[in-house]
Write a protein that binds this ligand. Structure first.
Ligand SMILES: [Zn+2]
Length: 58
């Protein structure tokens, strides 16, 4: 799963790749949300979880 380096939340959909500008050693490619709005949306999606219990019938 790709995780945003800025906000730390998973990235769903389009992600901006960040290739570390280093010649020493192999570093993993980092990802970020393309826009600050993407970070905000991911934060909201994680903060407001859907009430799954509501759909579970006794
Ligand atoms: Zn983000």
């Amino acid at each position: 799963m790709r995780r945003c380096q800025t906000c730390g939340y998973p990235i769903e959909g389009e992600a901006r790749e960040i290739v570390p500008d280093s010649d020493s050693g192999a570093r993993p490619t980092l990802y970020r949300h393309p826009t600050p709005d993407g970070c905000a949306a991911a934060r909201r999606a994680r903060t407001v979880l859907p009430p799954l219990r509501r759909y579970r019938r006794p």
